[in-house]
Ligand binder design. Structure first.
Ligand code: GLU
Length: 493
């Protein structure tokens, strides 16, 4: 059976930093489109001018590209269904609002903000849900049209059916039935002539030929309104999928703004723009996000292509997704181990450069196999391997003193090691290691003591990649100079 190509869209509002919730919708949209040979569209929903943040739209486009979720159509790439920015589509919404007014599915409302506020206060006092009382619903349409023509301020409201019930179908949740008397006459077109989400998104999804609407579960409340709007136009409905909510990292309660800022302090983030800076890879982030609402096995490691292969909307789940940063670490580290040496080297380079280290490509290719297994985030490369690119290292004097020895004795060990290595013209690790092991035997010291002193002397740190391999890469001259320097430090102590 051939599957019909899906047209999907991610429709973020440029009101702040791109959150992983947007990335998740985009990922599933992308997978569905690619799986079925369809298209994935980016639409910018910027009709709430008071909330638009400069730069946010660019951040969304950059974020999607960084993740590798390349959209087929969008504001900066064009496409046959544009424009893809809602403020560039005003006339389309105004024309559609008029269609609904003319067909009796919507009406102009002239109520002042003052009246609406009073109404809200009274309803709150009576412990009722705030809703429009329908005053302008019963205005004579010709009178209303005259008032509009005379320049009076108005909004367009949807004339929600008042009797019966609305059944809306969600692919993950089944039929959702709502009594129509609980529904409100929502505003479709604001007094500034711009549409609300309730009109703009419905019009655009139809006009853009969207087949599957994947969106956050915060839209479940107005879902009955949306299907009524689509039906009022007489259009075919898309398939609706409301994704699961995100829970706090603890798993208790919905993710809040506060949790977001706490996460930032711990070297994690829920914003896509921070991921690269924190050393996360697109592959790790995507794999992590993929499993927050898609019921494949918890620990499935997948590249984007493998996800396309395995994806199906039936696999999506409505159960809440806890944000578990340990899993992000896990997937990031796992993908780092899957990259080729050349690929990983290219990805690590900017992190060394960020610390002012001058990276030599040949050396970098040699150290990647030595540090790869230790990396959880890409920026870990600096703490494990920064010393490879430094002219000299500055060990903490105390670290040069081996356990069970004093500074003088440690200096003596360093001197012996220096002599052994200085006598070694071939600095390959298989040549340097045996004479030093022999020295450990003869001296009655432990390998930890001897190699510990050497490690701190040569790398400047107590933890490093394998010592002899590291010394081979650093090279004979530099190693000897660093050991000499360590001897001097120990002598001064
Ligand atoms: N602009 C809406 C939002 O950012 C999009 C919802 C949707 O995908 O329909 O929440």
């Amino acid at each position: 059976m051939s599957i019909k190509p899906a047209r999907t869209r991610v429709a973020p509002s440029p009101t702040g930093h791109m959150h992983l919730a947007t990335a998740r919708v985009a990922l599933y949209d992308y997978l569905l489109a690619k799986k079925t040979g369809g298209q994935f569209v980016l639409r910018i929903e910027d009709t709430d001018l008071t909330r638009t943040v400069p730069g946010a739209e660019q951040e969304i486009m950059d974020g999607l590209r960084w993740l590798g979720l390349h959209y087929d159509e969008g504001p900066d790439v064009g496409g046959a269904y544009g424009p893809y920015r809602q403020t560039d589509r005003r006339e389309i919404y105004q024309a559609h609002a008029k269609i609904l007014v003319d067909s009796g599915h919507a009406y102009p409302c002239f109520c002042s903000p003052d009246r609406l506020e009073k109404l809200r206060q009274e309803q709150m006092k009576r412990k009722e849900n705030p809703r429009y009382d329908g005053l302008c619903r019963s205005l004579d349409p010709d009178d209303a049209a005259r008032r509009v023509a005379s320049g009076e301020k108005y909004v367009i409201r949807f004339k929600m059916p008042q009797e019966g019930a609305t059944t809306a179908h969600d692919l993950l949740r089944g039929d959702i039935v709502t009594e129509n008397k609980q529904l409100n006459d929502y505003v479709l077109l604001k007094s500034d002539g711009l549409p609300t989400y309730h009109l703009a998104a419905m019009v655009d999804d139809h006009e853009m030929g969207i087949t599957h609407v994947l969106r956050g579960s915060e839209w479940l409340g107005t879902f009955p309104l949306h299907v009524n709007v689509v039906r009022a136009f007489g259009w075919e409905e898309p398939l609706w999928i409301h994704l699961s909510v995100f829970l706090k990292p603890s798993g208790k309660g919905k993710l809040s703004k506060r949790d977001t800022s706490l996460a930032m302090k711990d070297g994690y983030s829920v914003f896509i723009k921070d991921m690269s800076e924190l050393g996360f890879t697109p592959e790790g982030v995507l794999n992590w996000i993929a499993l927050m609402g898609w019921g494949v096995a918890e620990d499935d490691v997948m590249t984007l292509d493998q996800m396309i292969d395995r994806f199906s909307v039936d696999g999506l789940t409505a159960s809440p997704a806890a944000i578990n940063f340990q899993k992000l670490d896990h997937f990031n580290a796992t993908h780092i181990r899957l990259f080729t040496t050349e690929d990983l080297a290219a990805r690590l380079k900017p992190y060394f450069a960020r610390e002012g280290l001058n990276v030599n490509d040949e050396t970098l290719l040699k150290i990647v196999p030595l540090i790869r297994e230790r990396l959880v985030t890409l920026d870990d490369c600096v703490s494990f391997g920064g010393f490879f690119f430094k002219e000299d290292v500055t060990p903490v004097p105390e670290d040069l003193v081996a356990k069970g020895l004093d500074a003088k004795q440690s200096a003596q060990v360093a001197r012996s090691a220096y002599e052994i290595l200085a006598a070694q013209p071939d600095f390959r690790h298989e040549k340097c290691e045996p004479p030093l092991r022999a020295y450990v035997e003869e001296s009655g010291l432990t390998a930890n003591q001897v190699f510990g002193i050497l490690r701190v002397a040569v790398t400047g740190q107590k933890v490093s990649p394998p010592l002899f391999e590291s010394m081979e890469i650093i090279g004979r001259e530099t190693c000897l100079r660093r050991i000499q320097n360590a001897i001097e430090i120990l002598q001064r102590m």
